[in-house]
Design a protein around this ligand. Sequence first.
Ligand SMILES: *Cc1c(COP(=O)(O)O)cnc(C)c1O
Length: 218
Amino acid sequence: MIAYNLENILKELPSGVKLVAVSKFHPMEAILEAYQEGQRAFGENRPQEFAAKAVQLPPDIEWHFLGHLQTNKLKLVLPYASLVESIDTVHLLEAVNSWGEKNGKVIQVLIEVHIGAEETKQGFTPAEVKELLSHASDYGSVEFRGLMGMASHTDDEAAVRADFAIIKALFDECRALYPGLASFDQLSIGMSGDWRLALDYGCTEVRIGTAIFGSRQY
Ligand SMILES: *Cc1c(COP(=O)(O)O)cnc(C)c1O
């Protein structure tokens, strides 16, 4: 089923859009099944699980971290992550930068944008994103690669499109405002329920879990 799901998604996904297979809560065998189909980018959202999988699974897997990250968990994530997609506070950004400095590493990050309607959602407002990026040079051990966002969790297509339009406009505005951020080129939007819509808003990456691996057992 995993192979079948993957193949169908990849058939529809434009070649310039990266598929991150979100494997959280799924066993390593499921990841290996996707790996055998050629999938290399995987996403996880819990530090402990992320680290355990990263050390045990093939070294050429590209690991994306996309969950809430507490600063006391950095050592579980930063040694293995090729992209941290969920920078959601200045405090976290500062801690990631310090870790990078100490470990001689430049950490690739996306800034998480709060776009959906739900109150609980993490992330910066569009105004906060612009303010933060105006100080990008303060973070010498971080490379700002772009934005990540989640649309409102709803069947209302117009509402989802409105969320994607906001983050796409912000992405374009940031690139125009801060041309010095030469590698700020990634827009990570679109999940199992809405990735086809995200394609209309210039996403460069989609993060798909359920539609590949099936539903999660929490
Ligand atoms: C779980 C998760 C996904 C994947 O969600 P699905 O609906 O299962 O595709 C994508 N992005 C983030 C940040 C997630 O936490």
